[in-house]
Design a protein. Structure first.
Length: 325
């Protein structure tokens, strides 16, 4: 039986524009529950993993909305904290003709940024299989410190630590260089997921130098996705490439999070002990099957609208893989 997956950080409301007026502006916006780590938690829960979410929500109707949708999706919420000091974050999502999204964030201030290390429960990390974070909880000093503390506590508890860069430049203030704050987190992560654009952003000194720097930390598996193009995977001693699934993209908002949820769901099934990722890379057919499963989750999500609502079930992911063998 797999151990739980705990996703930490932001949960927010994605307002998706619908309809267009004569000037090309959305006629109205429809709220969807979202936020990258929350999306991953929902994806893992829908796939059958024991998924939990840790973060802070405002004591407002949007916080109520998110909490209800997390629970409805089967995500454990014992590690959710509420606050009256800030509102729940909002994001307005605009889709182009190809289903690619752009965001306008109303954050900061936002409730998720007020989570501190002391808000983790004494038993938060007991029996944990995977602890997952993204860079949206690094944009301010207080929440960044809580993120690092959570990763360290997860390691001490014997959990695998996962990091999806999920870079959103608009969330970073001009005086806070993301590169300075991303690298310490990369070095604490056992598994890292990047987009091709994010790898290019990181690789200021070239891809080979960037990989060499990554391997100086804990990372043993890096996966790089590139939309409909082939995904690449890297290990200190091996690397490979797999084709992506071709689908008609309706909404790419949660596709990367669905991919990560699928990946973590499968990794949580494995014995979580030292060297597990090294042994996984030594079994290429199984590793490729795990990555294909994650890619199927991402492709199915991209073919639907929404974030939480677009996440596939395990049966849907496996049927999709069979149909696209």
């Amino acid at each position: 039986m797999s151990r739980p997956v705990l996703c930490f950080g932001e949960a927010l409301i994605d307002f998706h524009g619908e309809g267009r007026d004569d000037h090309g502006f959305a006629r109205h916006f429809v709220p969807f529950a979202g936020g990258a780590p929350a999306n991953v938690a929902v994806a893992a829960a829908r796939l059958g993993a024991g998924a939990r979410f840790a973060g802070m929500l405002g004591e407002d109707r949007f916080g109520d909305f998110l909490l209800a949708h997390l629970r409805e999706a089967g995500v454990g919420t014992d590690d959710v904290v509420r606050t009256g000091e800030a509102n729940t974050a909002l994001a307005f999502v605009t889709l182009d003709a190809a289903g690619e999204r752009s965001f306008s964030f109303y954050r900061p201030p936002a409730a998720d940024l007020l989570f501190r290390a002391q808000h983790f429960r004494d038993r938060t990390f007991d029996g944990l299989g995977v602890f997952h974070v993204c860079s949206n909880s690094l944009t301010e000093a207080g929440i960044a410190a809580a993120t690092l503390e959570g990763m360290q506590r997860a390691h001490r508890a014997g959990a695998l630590v996962s990091f999806d860069l999920n870079l959103r430049p608009a969330l970073w203030s001009s005086g806070r260089d993301p590169l300075d704050h991303v690298w310490p987190v990369l070095h604490l992560a056992d598994v890292v997921k990047l987009s091709a654009e994010e790898l290019a952003w990181l690789a200021v000194d070239g891809e080979e130098a960037t990989l060499d720097r990554l391997w100086r930390g804990r990372t043993r598996l890096l996966v790089v996705t590139d939309g409909p193009r082939a995904m690449r995977w890297f290990h200190p001693d091996a690397e490979g490439e797999l084709p992506a699934y071709a689908v008609d993209t309706v909404d790419s908002t949660g596709a990367g999070d669905a991919f990560v949820g699928g990946l973590l769901c499968r990794l949580a099934e494995l014995d979580n002990h030292a060297g597990m990722l090294d042994r996984l890379v030594g079994k290429l057919p199984y590793l490729h099957e795990v990555l294909r499963y994650a890619a199927a989750c991402g492709a199915l999500c991209a073919s639907r609208q929404g974030s939480f609502t677009a996440m596939p079930s395990d049966a849907e992911a496996r049927a999709f893989m069979d149909a696209h063998a």
